[in-house]
Every structure is written in structure tokens, then in C-alpha cells.
Ligand binder design. Structure first.
Ligand SMILES: *[C@@H]1O[C@H](CO)[C@@H](O)[C@H](O)[C@H]1NC(C)=O
Ligand SMILES: *[C@@H]1O[C@H](CO)[C@@H](O)[C@H](O)[C@H]1NC(C)=O
Ligand SMILES: CC(=O)N[C@H]1CO[C@H](CO)[C@@H](O)[C@@H]1O
Length: 425
């Protein structure tokens, strides 16, 4: 029998709050982390001047201050995406009460933290310095700052973890793949504990310009940024870039039991698939059969009738939300009345490489707390015959038992992953 994998620690750095309590409470209260960038000169000429930023300030107000999490000199060697990952990982390890001292425990603990984009800031500023001043203007820290796997690397240097050291980069599926791959390492026996998640800090004018040119982003919301991300709503018109990190501690079930760790949920299933279709667009509903959801259910040995909640990838694009809705309805055909679906991106924007792991944490808390996080800005469904599920509009719902839940992540390049969490009873 496969080794069971459970979640014993959580850490969040998000636009709706830093720290799990703050982020989850704000999410349930309907807060939105999307703000205007119109006052920033660097964004002046861009068609999109909004983003979901991690709030900066004191931690007791759920905000981010780098020195709360980093040692002296870390900011010189760590780009922002690495700093966010370290902050989320520290929270998760503290929450799990896992601070291994023996070499055996350190060797049995691994890290799997990825990022979709890495540090645009470093690449752009170094390119400009190189163009004007030549190679002498390139910092010796340039390469270590931009490497995607450096978040995982730095974390292990701080804690001495010598298990698998891995970093995924699969665009917006990064966070989900990180957690799923880490689950496999534990199941396969490579580690007993894995620190896993995704991180992103790419709200840079060049990245905004790129996504805007690809026509992916919502435009025209400068005056009302909190209304820009509206998954499943008839007026949805693109996603809003977000930043942050989500990191979990995964642990082999008996290992967690033996040390008396608190267990949030079991990670029961993981499914992966590829579209083989187009760079940025999902296939038009077509067969609509979403392989990653079916594979996650099969791995979890669950029937569609046993799942109560799907945390959708739904980024607030016209085509993407409709395709996912189709796929969910196909997979859960015959069980539509009991299923709830919501997208937390109305509140957080789209955290790209961090989305999958941040949303995995929201899904874990939904199961643990029997609470469905809301879909913000969902006032009118575009087509009531197509969109005929409970999408948890505007307000959290607390009247349902959530025994099992899925969370979906889909990335550019046509890469899909689904995680399945269940309560531990
Ligand atoms: C991937 O996700 C998209 C978006 O919902 C869906 O349309 C597509 O069918 C999925 N592809 C696979 C192979 O599961
Ligand atoms: C919900 O989750 C939060 C965050 O872990 C926790 O602090 C809170 O006590 C939970 N609420 C309930 C009702 O379980
Ligand atoms: C076109 C349409 O039906 N608009 C409605 C969307 O929802 C808002 C808020 O409930 C209504 O005021 C609009 O009339």
C-alpha cells in the first residue's frame, strides 16, 4: 500500500494578507487585494495599471516586512520571489513544529519550491546596466538571484535539509506541480517530510506589458481595481497579475502521527495532463473531459459523488472560465446539485507560479473548516444554462460539510494539474 501523505503546516504571503490566519480571514470576509498602480511612473504608458500586491507593513497587521523573515544580507543574495518563499516556508515549518536537529531527520526532509517567472526586476536592470556599462556592471549576485531553484536552495541552507531539492517551473501550474511532485517523493520513499509550494514576484512593467500584449489581462479598471477580477461573471475580461507565495509541509502519515503533529488534511490524489493544443488558449470545450481532474480522482480512489468542492483555476478570462466550467460539469455529471465551485482569484488576482499552492492552502482550509471561500464580483452569470452550479458568489458559505475537495491549476503551454485533499477522519 502506498505511503499516505498528510498536510501538517501552512504558510502564506498573499495580496489578501501575510500569515495564514490573516489571509484566510480576509478571504472569507470578501477582501480584495487588487490595487491601482496609476501613481507609479513606470506603469504610466501601460494599458494595465492594476495588480494584486502583497501589502507591505507590520506582520501583526497581516503585512510583509522582509526583515521579519530574513537574516542580515539575505536581501542582497535573494530576489523578491525567493524572499516571499522563505517567509511562507518559515511559517509552514513553524506551524508544523518541524525543526529537525539530527542528521537523519535532516536527510529525510526535502524541499520542492518553484516559480513561474523568477526575477524580471534583476533581468531588466542588469540588461540596462550591461548595455550602458558593459560586463563590469553585472553583479556577481545576478545569476544566483535569477535562478528559479534558488528559493529551494536558500531554504535548505537555512535549515540543513538534505532530502530531495527540487524546483518546478510550469507557468501557472507550478504551485500545484510542486505540491504534487513532493507528494510523490514521500510516497516513493525519497523523503518523510517535504516543504513544497510556489512563489512569484513578477509585477514588473515588462511582464505587465507582455501579458497585456498577449491580451490576457483585464483592462479599464483603474478607477475600480477591486472589481477587475470577476471569475465566472458575465463581465469578466481577463486576469489581474498577482504576487506572493504559498508553502505547505507535507509529511508521511505515520511520521506525523508518531510525533503528534496536527494534521490539516490528507493529500489523496494528484493528476497531471497536457493539452497538446495551443500556447495560451485551452481547447474549446470539445470533449471537455478534463484528464487531470479524472486522474486525481482515480489516484485518490474517490468517485465524483464523494467530492464537495472544486477550487477552480478560473482566472476571469472569457474562454478559460467557460472551458473549465465545461470540464468540471463533465467530470461531475450527475452530481451537480451537491458540488460547489469557487475561484479565489476574485480576491487575490492570479498569482501565476504561486497560484496553485496558495489555492491548495485555501482548499485545505475549506476542508478543515467546512467553509467555502467566495468568488468575488460574481454578480451575473453569463449563461445560466451553462453555469448552473453553486459558484459561491460574493459571500463565504459555512453550511456544508466538505469531505473532499479538488483544486485545479492550468498553465500556458497547455499543462494541467489537479490536487485532491480530504479530511483525515
Ligand atoms: C486542461 O484544462 C483546460 C481548461 O479547463 C481544459 O479545457 C482541457 O480540457 C484540459 N486538458 C486536459 C488534457 O485535461
Ligand atoms: C479556520 O482556519 C483558521 C486558520 O487555520 C483557524 O485559525 C480557525 O480556527 C478555523 N476555524 C474553524 C471554525 O475551524
Ligand atoms: C445585465 C444584468 O443582469 N446586470 C445585473 C448584474 O447584477 C447587478 C447586481 O446584482 C444588477 O444590478 C445588474 O442589473
Amino acid at each position: 500500500m502506498a505511503r499516505r501523505v498528510v498536510v501538517t503546516g501552512l504558510g502564506l504571503v498573499t495580496p489578501v494578507g501575510v500569515g495564514v490566519k490573516s489571509a484566510w480571514n480576509n478571504l472569507l470576509k470578501g477582501h480584495c487585494g487588487i490595487v491601482s498602480l496609476a501613481d507609479q511612473p513606470a506603469f504610466e504608458s501601460l494599458p494595465v495599471k492594476i495588480a494584486a500586491l502583497v501589502p507591505k507593513g507590520p506582520i501583526d497587521q497581516g503585512q510583509f516586512t522582509a526583515s521579519d523573515w530574513l537574516d542580515r544580507g539575505d536581501d542582497r543574495v535573494m530576489a523578491t520571489f525567493t524572499q516571499y518563499a522563505i517567509a511562507a516556508a518559515k511559517q509552514a515549518l513553524q506551524d508544523a513544529d518541524w525543526a529537525p536537529q539530527s542528521s537523519n531527520e535532516k536527510e529525510r526532509t526535502g524541499v520542492c519550491i518553484g516559480s513561474g517567472m523568477g526575477s524580471f526586476e534583476d533581468i531588466v536592470s542588469t540588461s540596462l546596466a550591461y548595455a550602458s556599462g558593459g560586463p563590469r556592471k553585472v553583479s556577481p549576485m545576478f545569476v544566483p538571484r535569477i535562478l528559479i531553484n534558488m528559493a529551494a536552495g536558500h531554504l535548505t541552507m537555512k535549515y540543513g535539509f538534505q532530502g530531495p531539492n527540487h524546483a518546478v517551473s510550469t507557468a501557472c501550474t507550478t504551485g500545484a506541480h510542486s505540491i504534487g511532485d513532493a507528494m510523490r517523493f514521500i510516497q516513493f520513499g525519497d523523503a518523510d517530510v517535504m516543504v513544497a509550494g510556489g512563489t512569484e514576484a513578477a509585477i514588473h512593467p515588462l511582464a505587465v506589458a507582455g501579458f497585456a500584449r498577449a491580451k490576457s489581462l483585464a483592462t479599464g479598471f483603474e478607477d475600480k481595481p477591486t472589481e477587475a477580477s470577476r471569475p465566472f461573471d458575465q463581465d469578466r475580461a481577463g486576469f489581474v497579475m498577482g504576487e506572493g507565495a504559498g508553502v505547505v509541509v507535507l509529511e508521511e502519515y505515520n511520521h506525523a502521527k508518531q510525533r503528534g503533529a496536527k494534521i490539516y488534511a490528507e493529500l489523496k490524489g494528484y493528476g497531471l495532463s497536457g493539452d497538446a493544443h495551443h500556447m495560451t488558449a485551452p481547447p474549446k470545450s470539445g470533449n471537455g473531459a478534463m484528464l487531470s481532474m479524472r486522474r486525481a480522482l482515480a489516484a485518490a480512489k474517490l468517485d465524483a459523488s464523494q467530492v464537495d468542492y472544486v477550487n477552480a483555476h478560473a482566472t476571469s478570462t472569457a474562454v478559460g472560465d467557460a472551458a473549465e466550467n465545461q470540464a468540471i460539469k463533465t467530470v461531475f455529471d450527475g452530481h451537480w446539485d451537491r458540488l460547489s465551485v469557487s475561484s479565489t482569484k476574485g480576491a487575490t488576482g492570479h498569482l501565476l507560479g504561486a497560484a496553485g499552492s496558495v489555492e491548495a492552502i485555501f482548499t485545505i482550509l475549506a476542508v478543515k473548516n467546512n467553509t467555502l471561500p467566495p468568488t468575488l464580483n460574481l454578480h451575473n452569470l453569463s449563461d445560466k444554462d451553462e453555469f448552473n452550479l453553486n459558484y459561491v458568489p460574493l459571500e463565504a458559505q459555512t453550511d456544508k460539510k466538505i469531505r473532499a475537495a479538488l483544486t485545479n491549476s492550468f498553465g500556458f503551454g497547455g499543462t494541467n494539474a489537479t490536487l485532491c485533499f480530504t479530511d483525515i477522519e
